[in-house]
Design a protein. Structure first.
Length: 415
């Protein structure tokens, strides 16, 4: 729940805003003067200030300028007024105002959307906050506005650029780009084309005060994912970002589904083979060590026959989790088929790989299941790649060691 301070000399409008804020599920304290507002801020925690343009003892500009003296916290400010002009908006945005709303447009839906954006803690919002963001605009005012909006919504990794050269020569890669269309040196569409070549999977949103089908078409054909018209408010910008991030996440999920096993979440048979081919190529090129582990759950048919296929799925899933818990981030694990798994260990020699396999074997042996009397073990075969060896030959050697482990009593590692 947000703690909101509303400042307006009109008692009627304070009551209207109070009802809207309370219906939206947030707390509100209303005052009529700047001095009352500053006194309240000095004593109480405030998450957001909604203020009129003028009071009996000052105006919104003087209130904003006096805020740092009243509170150490950087409080976002929304201005609600009957007046409107580009000059006024630019002046307020230059002071750090995050939104500018006309009184004629005030309604519950608008504020509900704004408050949700400000207080959101859903999965999408958390994902967004970890994104790396680049803002390119030659207007210090726009950079300040966007900075305030993103900061208010918890974005942590944001860089700002005034010229295309700064951005393109930075050598940095970002998940999200916000690019102005009118820039020094290069036009926005040229910058977007360059970014798209370098970062084919990033989200790019163009920004411009010009409208028209031709300008939007040019921007989209250059490689932008979306477009937002300036001047924009906080809710509009975050909404556009969210729409594109949601599409980005959906695309990533589809890509992940294509390469992962539905039950375990490990990589599927096809993808693990592709990765093995890539790692074998590195061995041939750089001579770096690579080892693999072939694993098989012991007596798995007996598990299915005795406890049922649901218990069998539970065993496979638990074994997959045990494997992943034993690996480094650079290692790759896949479901080879049925109850078999394949693990790739780059930069790992045979001795070190044997230790990893033993760790997996021991972890699986200690697993506990919901099904009474159910316990399983796993056997493993380990092999280190030889320079010039094909991935098929390496797989065959690891497979042979796995069968040796089975013949020698199971629940063991052979290398």
């Amino acid at each position: 729940m947000l703690q909101i301070l509303h400042v307006d000399r009109s008692e009627l409008f304070r009551k209207v805003m109070q009802e809207i804020i309370l219906r939206c599920g947030h707390s509100v304290h209303s005052v009529a003067t700047k001095q009352e507002a500053l006194a309240y801020i000095a004593q109480q925690s405030v998450d957001l200030i909604i203020t009129a343009m003028e009071f009996k003892d000052g105006d919104a500009e003087s209130l904003i300028l006096d805020l740092p003296q009243a509170s150490k916290k950087d409080i976002p400010v929304v201005v609600v007024t009957s007046n409107d002009s580009l000059e006024l908006r630019e002046r307020l945005f230059s002071l750090g105002v995050v939104d500018y709303i006309l009184k004629s447009e005030v309604n519950e839906e608008h504020f509900k959307h704004f408050f949700t954006t400000l207080s959101a803690e859903d999965e999408l919002s958390r994902f967004m906050r970890d994104m790396r963001v680049a803002i390119l605009d030659d207007s210090p005012i726009i950079l300040k506005v966007v900075h305030r909006i993103l900061e208010m919504n918890g974005f942590q990794f944001v860089d700002f650029y005034v010229t295309p050269r700064e951005l393109l020569e930075s050598g940095k890669a970002y998940d999200l780009y916000l690019v102005d269309m009118v820039l020094p040196e290069l036009t926005g569409d040229k910058v977007i084309m360059d970014i798209r070549v370098r970062q084919p999977n990033s989200i790019i949103i163009g920004m411009s005060q010009f409208t028209g089908e031709k300008s939007i078409a040019t921007l989209l054909m250059a490689g932008a994912d979306d477009y937002i018209h300036k001047p924009f408010d906080a809710a509009s910008l975050i909404s556009r970002i969210k729409i594109n991030v949601r599409s980005y996440q959906y695309k990533k999920r589809l890509e992940l589904m294509a390469v992962t096993d539905g039950l375990t979440g490990l990589y599927n048979h096809r993808f693990i083979f592709e990765r093995l081919e890539e790692e074998i190529a590195k061995v041939a090129r750089y001579g770096r060590p690579l080892s693999i582990i072939m694993l098989d759950i012991d007596n798995f048919k007996q598990v299915n026959d005795t406890f049922g296929h649901r218990a069998g799925d539970e065993v496979i899933l638990s074994a997959a989790h045990a494997i992943m818990a034993s690996l480094r981030k650079t290692d790759v694990a896949g479901r080879y088929g049925g109850e078999e798994f394949l693990v790739l260990l780059p930069e790992t020699d045979l001795k070190a790989a044997h230790i990893v396999a033993e760790k997996i074997r021991n972890t699986v042996a200690l697993l506990q299941f919901k099904t009474k009397d159910l316990a399983v073990t796993i056997s493993a075969g380990v092999a280190e790649a030889e320079k010039g060896e094909s991935f098929e030959a390496l797989i065959n050697r690891a497979d042979a060691k796995l069968y040796t482990a089975k013949r020698n009593g199971k629940n063991r590692v052979e290398s």
